[in-house]
Design a protein. Structure first.
Length: 171
């Protein structure tokens, strides 16, 4: 029922000039959340500032800082990351974060990911994350697939969590 609106949107987008090649583009964002818990438990809160810089059409750089409160404790976490898009089909990236006080967040974590566009509307992704806490280490492996049908998306993820002091779990 919105064919005319879709056509207008497509004509407006086609009239825009193409973005310049390899010109740096960036964005900054601020986020906040508050979750009120019942049964006398302390509320969960977070504040974060994030920066993304598309240094070239193939390279994206990221940075963040967050203050997170859980369980009556607060942690400050900083993170950096980068992604590189090769031939348009492959994207690889890495993110590293660290919480100085590490009261409940990991002391540090590393996430690696690789994604491949196998068709114009289909994407496969593999992710590995290692998080080192004060008394344990957690590793997570994930495989995901997603496909777009017009305005709809179908996605599936298989995730294996492997804490160092417990059995692995699947989701």
């Amino acid at each position: 029922g919105y064919a005319a609106l879709d056509e207008l949107e497509q004509r407006a987008l086609a009239a825009l000039p193409p973005p310049p090649k390899d010109e740096p583009r960036g964005e900054a964002s601020a986020e906040g959340s508050w979750e009120r818990l019942d049964h006398g438990l302390d509320d969960w809160r977070s504040l974060a500032a994030r920066i993304r810089l598309a240094a070239t059409t193939a390279l994206e750089l990221r940075g963040s800082i967050a203050e997170v409160s859980r369980y009556g404790r607060s942690d400050t976490e900083g993170g950096i990351g980068a992604s590189w898009s090769g031939d348009g089909a492959w994207t690889v990236g890495a993110d590293l974060s660290s919480a100085g006080s590490a009261r409940f967040l990991p002391e540090w974590s590393l996430q690696l990911q690789a994604a491949r566009r196998v068709a114009s509307a289909t994407r496969l992704q593999a992710t590995y994350r290692r998080a080192e806490y004060r008394n344990t280490v957690g590793e997570t492996y994930a495989l995901s697939a997603e496909h777009y049908f017009a305005r709809y998306r179908v996605a599936y993820a298989l995730i294996r969590g492997e804490p160092s002091d417990a059995r692995a779990t699947w989701a």
